[in-house]
Structures are given as structure tokens and as C-alpha cells.
Design a protein around this ligand. Structure first.
Ligand SMILES: *Cc1c(COP(=O)(O)O)cnc(C)c1O
Length: 233
């Protein structure tokens, strides 16, 4: 599985080049390896190559991997849709949830976050292209939802997540990421509790460079790191 280490160095090099070209601070960008549909041997290979953060979309699949990988120090990120009946287990087993899109989901995660654990890091998922088919809060809902979350001590609001619709060229790809960055800047000015927001979770295998150029702080990369997904659902 040498190719995984090779892919990781290619992604790291792309992040360095894109951040340099756009005068962003590339050193603070976190590589989140999206391991949904990938087996635990591949996760171990990525871990050996230095990756410590892994993202999963489906609770059952993730819990199984957590047991098999219990010997590794891993920071687990939940990046799928949070179903109400899964919120308790998600709040117990993950360090981050990237996909809060309504107050009820925030309330459930807060209610179930074990008190002996640090607050759950969360991001608001924004439907940045206002697509009918896609999850996420509307841009108009973000401020109220952010204020709601900062009232929940079991959660630590970190920033925004976006998954724009696919676009072809680099400039076209940058445009929705730029809007996400501007939205975070506006949000930070809304109230003192929101000043500390520091996270833009954006950029996947096909648009990492564009996301980094617009200030991504967590990139979520699956197939470009692990190859095609094999576990089908
Ligand atoms: C699957 C997934 C990714 C990774 O997608 P790739 O195109 O394989 O890099 C990133 N973010 C989310 C929310 C996903 O569901």
C-alpha cells in the first residue's frame, strides 16, 4: 500500500503550493482522510504515513472500524448526515461533527455528549449553492443557528462546512469557497462568542487546490488519498 503514502505526499505538496500561491498559511491546514468505504488496512497505511484525522459518514461502519483500530491514536470526524436516533452514539464516539444543519441536531448532540469528554467540536454545514437536493442550513439561517449552538456548553462551534456543486475550472471552483470564507468572516463579527470561529471545512479530491486558495482549514480527501471506495452501501 505504498501508493497511499505517495498519494499523501502529493496531496501535501498540492496544499503547500496552493497556499503559497495564494498567500494562505498552509501550515495550519488539517488533512482529514475520508475513510468511508475503505478498509482498515488502508487506514493503517495512512496512519503510518502520518495522518491522524479520519472522517466517516456512516455510524455503523465507523463504530466497527473504531474497535478494529483501537490500538491507534485517531481523531475521528463525523461528516455524514446526523440522524436523530444516531446522535447519541455520534456524540459519544467522535471528536468532531462537520454536518450540523439545524438546532434540533445540535440539541441532540449536546444532550448526549458525555460530561467527562471535552466539548464536541462542530461545524455548521451550509448549503452554499442553495441546491434543492442538498443538506445544509441556508446562508440566511446561519447566524441564528450559530448563536443557538454557542448556548450549548457541550458543543464547541468551530466554523462552517461546505460541499459546493461540481464545477470545472479552478476559478469557477474558487467562487463558492470564497463565499463560504466571507460568510465565516461576517459570522465572526456578529458577537464576541463567535470571534473565535477558526474553521472552514472545505475541499475534496477534485477541488482541494481551490478550497486551499480560499482559506480552507480542514480538507476532506477520500479517493485521491485511498483510491476508489470498495465497501459498497
Ligand atoms: C465522501 C466525502 C468526501 C470525500 O470525497 P472524495 O471525492 O472521495 O475526496 C468529503 N466530504 C464529504 C462530506 C464526503 O461525504
Amino acid at each position: 500500500m505504498d501508493y497511499i503514502a505517495k498519494n499523501i505526499s502529493q496531496i501535501t505538496a498540492l496544499v503547500e503550493k496552493s497556499s503559497k500561491d495564494s498567500h494562505q498559511n498552509g501550515d495550519t491546514i488539517k488533512l482529514l482522510a475520508v475513510s468511508k468505504g475503505q478498509n482498515v488496512d488502508k487506514i493503517r497505511a495512512a496512519w503510518r504515513a502520518g495522518v491522524r484525522c479520519f472522517g466517516e459518514n456512516y455510524l455503523q461502519e465507523a463504530l466497527k472500524k473504531m474497535v478494529e483500530l483501537a490500538d491507534l491514536e485517531i481523531e475521528w470526524h463525523f461528516i455524514g448526515a446526523v440522524q436523530g436516533n444516531k446522535a447519541g452514539a455520534i456524540a459519544e464516539h467522535f471528536s468532531w461533527v462537520h454536518t450540523i444543519d439545524r438546532a434540533r441536531v445540535a440539541d441532540l448532540l449536546a444532550k448526549h455528549r458525555p460530561r467527562q469528554l471535552p466539548p464536541l467540536n462542530v461545524c455548521i454545514q451550509v448549503n452554499i449553492d442553495a441546491e434543492a437536493s442538498k443538506a445544509g442550513a441556508t446562508t440566511g439561517e446561519v447566524v441564528a443557528l450559530a448563536r443557538h449552538i454557542t448556548g450549548l456548553p457541550a458543543l464547541c462551534l468551530r466554523g462552517l462546512t461546505v460541499i459546493p456543486k461540481p464545477r470545472a475550472g479552478l476559478e469557477e471552483q474558487r467562487e463558492p469557497f470564497r463565499r463560504a470564507r466571507q460568510l465565516l468572516e461576517q459570522l465572526r463579527k456578529c458577537s464576541p462568542e463567535l470571534r473565535s470561529l477558526d474553521t472552514l471545512s472545505m475541499g475534496m479530491s477534485n477541488d482541494v487546490a481551490a478550497a486551499v486558495m480560499e482559506g480552507a482549514t480542514i480538507i476532506r480527501v477520500g479517493t485521491a488519498l485511498f483510491g476508489p471506495r470498495e465497501i459498497r452501501r
